[in-house]
Design a protein around this ligand. Structure first.
Ligand code: F6P
Length: 341
C-alpha cells in the first residue's frame, strides 16, 4: 500500500513525532511505503510531494514544527477541489491518506472520506478544543511555555509593582489560559467561554495590590468583555473564515491603568506557544497516535480519527472530530476562581 501523509493548519509541537511513528510502524511492521505531501492540503491539490521513508524521519522526534510544512489551504473553497485531490491521489498511486490536523484539516478529511477517499485523521491542536479526544498533543507544551513565562513575569511584576497581563492562544476555548493560569498562580484568568466584567477584573487587581502583591492576569486571545465595549478583532480572516485575533491583553491592560491608576503592562506570547521542542508527554501522545493511525490504515479503516480516551487510544468517526468544540465547562472555571484577586 502507498500511504500519503500531510500536516495542516497551525503548526504544533509533536507533529514530527506523529510522522515518525506512522512511517516507522507502517514501513517496518506493516510493510507499506509512504509519500509526504507538502504544506497541508496544498500538497494533494498541487501534487507537492516529498520522499517520506524511515531515513527522512530519523532524528525528528524532538523537533518542533513539521518537516512536511503546513498551510491553511481549504480544499472545500477551491472549485473542483475534492475532485482534483481525488485525481491527484490516483495519479500518484496513493491508496490512503493520514491527515494530521485540527478542526479545519479534519473537516476536509471528513468530506473526502464521505466521497470515498481512504483517510485516517490524527487530532492536532495546542488549543485542546477537539471534543472527540481527551487531549491533543501540543497542548501540554503550550501550557508549559506559558507557565515558564508567567513564572518570570511574577518576579518583574513584584519588582515594579505593576499588573502584568499575559495573553495566550485560545480562540474559542480557554484551556491554555485555564491550565497555565492555575499552574502559574494567576490572579485573574479570562477565557472566551465566560465574557468578563471589567469592573470585577479591576476589583481583583486592586484587592491584589492591597495585599502587597502584584497581580498577574492570564487572558485567552478570544476572551471578550461582557459589555461588548472593547473592540477585539482586526477584521482580517483566513481561508477558513477565522478572524485573526490578538490585542485583548493590551486592551485589558489599558483599561486597568485607566480605571485603577496602577501601572499595567501586557505580554503577548503568540506563536512562541507553538514553537520548539515538545514536552515528553506530547512526544508520547503524538507517538501513540501515529502508531495507531498506521494500524488503522493497514486494517483498511477509513473515515476515522485516532483519539485519547482515558489512557487508551481509540478510533472515532471522523465527523465526530469536528461536530463540536470542547470548551471549558463553567465548573472547571469556578475551580480557578478561588484564586482570583
Ligand atoms: O489553532 C491554533 C491556534 O494556535 C489558535 O489558538 C490561534 O488563534 C491560531 O492558531 C493562530 O494561528 P495563525 O497565526 O497561524 O493563523
Amino acid at each position: 500500500m502507498r500511504i500519503g501523509v500531510l500536516t495542516g493548519g497551525g503548526d504544533c509541537p509533536g507533529l514530527n513525532a506523529v510522522i515518525r511513528a506512522v512511517v516507522r510502524k507502517g514501513v517496518e511492521v506493516h510493510g507499506h511505503e509512504f509519500l509526504g505531501f507538502r504544506d497541508g492540503w496544498r500538497g494533494p491539490l498541487d501534487k507537492l510531494t516529498v520522499p517520506l521513508g524511515v531515513a527522512q524521519t530519523r532524528g525528528i522526534l524532538p523537533r518542533g514544527g513539521t518537516v512536511l510544512g503546513s498551510s491553511r489551504t481549504n480544499v472545500l473553497q477551491v472549485e473542483g477541489g475534492i475532485e482534483t485531490v481525488r485525481r491527484n491521489l490516483a495519479d500518484l498511486g496513493v491508496d490512503a491518506l493520514v491527515a494530521i490536523g485540527g478542526e479545519d484539516t479534519l473537516g476536509v478529511a471528513t468530506r473526502l472520506a464521505a466521497e470515498g477517499v481512504n483517510v485516517v485523521g490524527v487530532p492536532k491542536t495546542i488549543d485542546n478544543d477537539l471534543d472527540a479526544t481527551d487531549y491533543t498533543f501540543g497542548f501540554d507544551t503550550a501550557v508549559q511555555i506559558a507557565v515558564d513565562a508567567i513564572d518570570r513575569l511574577h518576579t518583574t511584576a513584584e519588582s515594579h509593582h505593576r499588573a502584568l497581563v499575559v495573553e495566550v492562544m485560545g480562540r474559542h476555548a480557554g484551556w491554555i489560559a485555564l491550565h497555565a493560569g492555575l499552574a502559574g498562580g494567576a490572579n485573574v484568568i479570562l477565557i472566551p467561554e465566560r465574557p468578563f466584567d471589567i469592573d470585577e477584573v479591576c476589583a481583583y487587581v486592586e484587592r491584589r495590590f492591597e495585599k502587597e502583591y502584584s497581580p498577574i492576569l492570564v487572558v485567552a486571545e478570544g476572551a471578550t468583555p461582557k459589555e461588548g465595549t472593547m473592540a477585539t478583532q482586526s477584521g482580517q480572516v483566513d481561508s477558513f473564515g477565522h478572524v485573526r485575533l490578538g490585542g485583548i491583553g493590551q486592551l485589558v491592560g489599558d483599561e486597568i491603568e485607566r480605571r485603577t491608576g496602577k501601572e499595567a503592562r501586557a505580554t503577548v506570547l503568540g506563536h512562541i506557544q507553538r514553537g520548539g521542542t515538545p514536552t515528553a508527554y506530547d512526544r508520547v501522545l503524538a507517538t501513540r497516535f501515529g502508531l495507531h493511525a498506521a494500524d488503522a490504515v493497514h486494517e483498511g479503516d477509513s473515515g476515522v480519527m485516532v483519539a485519547l480516551r482515558g489512557t487508551d487510544i481509540v478510533r472515532v468517526p471522523l465527523e465526530q472530530a469536528t461536530r463540536q468544540l470542547k470548551t471549558v465547562p463553567i465548573e472547571r472555571y469556578a475551580e480557578a476562581e478561588v484564586f482570583f484577586g
